[in-house]
Design a protein. Sequence first.
Length: 126
Amino acid sequence: MGLSEHEQRLLDEMERNLYKHEADIVNTSSGPRTVDYTKVAVGVLGIAIGLVLVVVGVLMKLAIIGVAGFGVAVAGALWALSASKPADGDDITGHGRPGEGPAAAKQGPGLMDRLAQEWDDRNTRG
C-alpha cells in the first residue's frame, strides 16, 4: 500500500526538517575536548568535604556550618564541571589515519537510511 500524495508531502517535509536539524547539531558541536582530571579530582573532593560539613552542621545544630558546607559542595561541583575544555591541536590524541579507531566503528548507515530499510522490510513482509 503506497502513501497518499498528502502523506508523501508530509514525509518529505519531515525528512527536510530532520536533515536541517542534524546539520544544525553538527555545526554547533565544539569538536574534541580534553579533561583536566586534576580539576575533576579537586572538585569531587570539594563536594565530599561540603557534604561532610553539611552533616556536621546538622549534627551540631549549627545552620551556618551546613550552609557553608552546601556552598563548598556547589563550588566543588562547578569546579569539576569546568574541567572540560576544547582540545588544541597538540591535545588531540587520535594520530591514526582517518577511518580507524572507535569513531570509525560507530559510522554506519544514516538515520533516514535505517528508517527507509525498516519501512521496506515492513512492506515486503505485510
